[in-house]
Write a protein that binds this ligand. Structure first.
Ligand code: G4P
Length: 299
């Protein structure tokens, strides 16, 4: 949820009230979704898990807007005799997160999709959704440069960054390492893998390609094809319900491996502390506590 947020969004939205929709909840680990909702609640943000394909969770939207997000504003409007004025909400997010699907669900119709390509001429489309609310569909844009490569990678896993600009095999290998840690049983089942899964992502990709009969001359595995297949299947939800990112105060092993600390030019690469990671893997620790731990270790 956080990786897909435009870092400019806070500045652009300013103090306007915001409701966070955690869409595609059907593809996410339900326990992780609850943790995200809790984490946002702690920050006094209104967040709602929805599945715009089936419509699950959608009925909570209007009450969340009226009773939580805009409660004060609506009370003021009522006091001024303006309770009939429509509530206008803008739907923003990167491409492919389900903005159009959400609006279609709310409007209970199939509308034309707003063009995601920048520079394409378009008119404002306010869509009435009943309950005196209107939604504005906006084209999704990705920001031009990713400061954090973990963020870029997560977005690439989901298909938010176009595959043409990516190294598909490298991406598939990284995804396999993550899936092996998170949901090995789904991998085993889907690709009929038995025994210990190989440690290296590439070896695992080869194994999967072999299982699917993706061979080229000489009996070698066509890893490029296997990578494309794997990414497609992951994005279609066939490799189980996976949440790529956990709330920031709770760090998991994958995040730990990439966490770096700078102490007066002294850089501690957490990769070197993999042993630690194994011990901590199952124990989510508050980030501050973890930093303290490593800072002490670095001194
Ligand atoms: P966007 O406007 O933000 O760009 O996203 P859009 O609604 O076009 O949705 C992008 C893809 O995500 C669509 O799939 C859509 O069906 C799917 N999607 C949207 N919401 C959900 C959800 O809650 N759960 C799941 N599993 N998928 C969702 P597509 O394959 O690109 O199109 P289509 O085959 O549905 O036509």
């Amino acid at each position: 949820p956080r990786s897909s947020r435009n870092p400019e969004m806070d500045r652009m939205v300013g103090t306007k009230p915001r409701l966070l929709l955690l869409n595609k909840a059907d593809m996410a680990d339900p326990a992780a979704t609850s943790r995200w909702i809790q984490a946002y609640r702690k920050e006094n943000r209104v967040a709602l898990a929805v599945d715009c394909r089936s419509g699950k969770g959608i009925s909570g939207f209007a009450p969340a807007v009226r009773q939580q997000l805009l409660r004060e504003l609506l009370e003021k409007r009522q006091a001024h005799g303006m309770s009939g004025a429509p509530i206008r909400l803008m739907v923003v997010g990167i491409p492919n997160v389900g903005k159009s699907s959400f609006i279609n669900r709310m409007a209970q119709s199939k509308r034309a999709k707003v063009e995601d390509r920048p520079g394409v001429t378009r008119t404002k489309q306010w869509v009435k959704i009943g309950n005196r609310m209107e939604l504005l569909d906006m084209p999704g844009v990705l920001w031009p440069k990713f400061e954090d490569q973990t963020v870029a990678r997560r977005l690439a896993f989901t298909g938010a960054i176009r595959d043409q600009v990516l190294d598909g095999e490298g991406l598939a290998c990284a995804l396999l390492v993550l899936l092996r840690d998170r949901n090995a049983s789904a991998l085993r089942e889907r690709y009929r893998l038995s025994g210990d899964l190989p440690e290296a992502g590439y070896a695992l990709l080869e194994e999967i390609g072999r299982r699917r009969g993706m061979l080229i001359s000489g009996g070698e595995v066509d890893t490029e094809r296997a990578a494309a297949m794997l990414l497609d299947e992951f994005r279609a939800g066939r490799l189980g319900r996976v949440t790529l990112e956990l709330p920031p105060e709770e760090v998991d092993a994958e995040q730990l491996r990439t966490l770096r600390l700078n102490q007066g030019g002294w850089e501690v690469l957490v990769e070197l502390l993999d042993v630690f990671c194994h011990v901590l893997e199952k124990i989510p620790l508050p980030l501050a506590k973890l930093r303290e731990l490593f800072v002490n270790a670095a001194q």
